[in-house]
Design a protein around this ligand. Structure first.
Ligand code: AGP
Length: 610
């Protein structure tokens, strides 16, 4: 989703802004722009539809140099992705960049037009620029004018503003869209994600909801939602910037798929005793709270929602706890009946997904027992606003298609299941010790699955010319099939649907012919024989089968049936293992189709708007 970078310094900041935008490319965008208060004393901008490299090229042809500037990558919401709609937006001698959506933009636009302001774009952001211009005329000070402006905005925003009238500062406002200030020596920066600034600083101040900031070279001042001046703590990262390169891999996605044994290992570290899960991994009050839990409500989006769906099977089967799972965009607008003693669990890679955050905020008003975030970003809104947290240790995920975040979420959710079962005494005897042992072995089992890389690459050839596919699974493998279908559609643009295999004859079987490959995962469990019958139904209609099957499942290649043998694994952990070949499959199909694997069209890494 959109990205913001800003700088106020004693040196030329154009290259810093461009580097920051490149580091935000993973979020997804369709145009980019920069505004600089130039050394010549004028406010200038360059904007381009397409990639940051095109903006960079334009700036090479016609350079802009200055010590104050803002930059933006835009993911179109209001108005097409063209130069006219790209940020920064100008109004008078102001430049504005904005992440989020202004819901009352039509009303404000009409009012501002009546006052004589002329609009040159279709964006909601330009409304902010003219409103600010209007307030600045009235109030004379940029920071004061920004404070007055945000009072009239409904919706979500992360804003950065500069003005040629007051070029000593950069001003910013946060409400619903994250912003972080990077602290330097005699220079300061702003971005929507600290990653954008790691080349210039390792010290950061995170703005909180409703904050306004005035950032000068030598000082930073922040006011909270009530207009009170506040000090916000700074954090320093000493871990060194995480490798943002692809290493030996052709794409970030492939690199991230192959990182899974290591990041699963990291997610388990410090969270297991010899034969138990350490409940305090969820926070000091976890044991006391978990003892009271009688139900679990999980809310998430996309891949994270699929992780939640797997967890429902675990929570009910292992811990005997009723569990509901819902996509956040539905949950947040529904009248929900809350059962007593329900733990509200959100799952998110980024911790900034607008719908998931809104669902959490609603849930806090609804009388849930407590909230728990399973999240990959420690300093995210979701983590800050939840009672309990379990951080997955997937490291930075750059590929828009989520891979290692999903498998580490599953590990986190299994730790949650075992913790709840342990504290409430509902686990069958010996189950926890067995699964702890299996979890310890999991990284090496994932390594074995990854070793099938070239086998899966060959299978991918079967899909290159196809337009539709069906993914089938039963039990906890149904959400794995959903995740497989999501991956394939996201990056190869092939239409993919997932069904519980038992639903086949209730409709989707009508679609099956020899042009629609059917992919399924078949661990050796009590549903195997039922799954085999479902697969016969597919073969009988000429459907071509691709089956990832347990080596002990007794399935072999046959006409129209391609079986890939998977290492045997404990059934509970099989959703984690069987995810790997489906990720590889979608990756290699996308490579064959020549799509943009890491930044698929129309998608953003972090969906910070509704
Ligand atoms: C997954 O491949 C997607 N890009 C997407 O579904 C993602 O999982 C979803 O937007 C939720 O994001 P989050 O985990 O950061 O909340």
């Amino acid at each position: 989703m959109c990205g913001i970078v800003g700088a106020v310094a004693e040196r030329n900041i154009t290259a810093i802004l461009l580097e920051g935008l490149k580091r935000l490319e993973y979020r997804g965008y369709d145009s980019a722009g920069v505004a600089i208060f130039t050394n010549g004393g004028t406010l200038e901008r360059t904007r381009r539809p397409g990639k940051v490299s095109e903006l960079e090229q334009a700036l090479e042809n016609e350079p802009l140099a200055g010590r104050l500037g803002i930059a933006h990558t835009r993911w179109a919401t209001h108005g097409a992705p063209c130069e006219r709609n790209a940020h920064p937006h100008f109004a008078g001698d102001l430049a504005v960049v904005h992440n989020g959506i202004i819901e009352n933009h039509e009303t404000l636009r009409a009012q501002l037009k009546d006052l004589g302001y002329v609009f040159t774009s279709d964006t909601d952001t330009e409304v902010i620029a003219h409103l600010l211009e209007h307030k600045l005329k009235e109030l004379g000070d940029l920071t004061v004018a920004l404070k007055a402006t945000v009072k009239e905005l409904h919706g979500a925003y992360g804003l950065a503003v500069i003005s040629a009238q007051q070029p000593d500062r950069l001003v910013a406002a946060r409400s619903g869209s994250p912003l972080v200030i990077g602290l330097g020596m005699g220079e300061n920066f702003l971005a929507s994600d600290q990653l954008a600034l790691r080349q210039v600083t390792d010290r950061f101040v995170y703005l909180e909801e409703g904050d306004i900031a005035e950032i000068r070279r030598e000082s930073v001042q922040i006011w909270d939602v009530d207009g009170q001046a506040v000090e916000r703590e700074s954090v320093q990262y000493r871990d060194g910037a995480e490798a943002a390169d692809k290493g030996e891999f052709r794409h970030y996605m492939l690199k991230e798929i192959h990182e899974q044994p290591a990041v699963v290992q990291r997610t388990l570290e410090g969270r297991l005793s010899q034969n138990q899960v350490l409940v305090q991994a969820f926070g000091p009050q976890a044991a006391e709270l978990f003892a009271k839990v009688r139900n679990v409500q999980i809310v998430a989006c996309g891949t994270s929602y699929h992780a939640g769906m797997v967890a429902r099977y675990w929570l009910e089967e292992l811990a005997g706890i009723p569990c509901q799972v819902e996509v956040a965009s539905e949950f947040r607008y529904r009248k929900v009946v809350v059962q007593a003693d329900t733990l509200f669990v959100t799952i998110s890679q980024s911790g900034e997904t607008a719908d998931t955050l809104a669902a959490l905020r609603n849930a806090k008003e609804l009388g849930y027992l407590a909230s728990l975030a399973i999240c990959n970003v420690g300093i995210s809104s979701l983590v800050r606003e939840s009672d309990l947290t379990l951080l997955t240790q997937a490291g930075r995920e750059i590929g828009v298609a989520s891979t290692k975040a999903f498998t580490t979420q599953l590990v986190g959710l299994l730790l949650l299941t075992l913790s709840l079962g342990q504290v409430r005494g509902t686990l069958a005897s010996g189950v926890e010790a067995t699964l702890v042992e299996e979890l310890r072995r999991l990284p090496s089992r994932l390594g074995e699955a990854l070793a099938m890389d070239s086998t899966v690459e060959k299978i991918a050839e079967l899909f290159a010319e196809k337009n539709h596919t069906l993914f089938l699974g039963r039990g906890a493998q149904f959400p794995v099939a959903m995740e497989g279908a999501l991956k394939l559609k996201e990056i190869s643009y092939i239409h993919a649907e997932a069904y519980p295999a038992g639903e086949l004859k209730h409709g989707p079987l009508a679609l099956v012919d020899n042009d629609m490959p059917v992919v399924t995962v078949a661990p050796n469990n009590e549903l195997l024989e039922k799954l085999k019958s479902n697969l016969q139904e597919v073969r009988a209609r000429g459907g071509e089968l691709i089956v990832f099957a347990d080596e002990q499942a007794g399935m072999t290649n046959g006409e129209g049936t391609h079986v890939v043998q998977m290492p045997h694994i404990h059934d509970i952990l099989s959703p984690i293992l069987y995810t790997i070949p489906l990720q590889l499959l979608s990756y290699y199909v996308a490579v064959l189709k020549g799509t943009d694997v890491d930044q698929p069209r129309n998608l953003a890494k972090s969906v910070t708007v509704e």
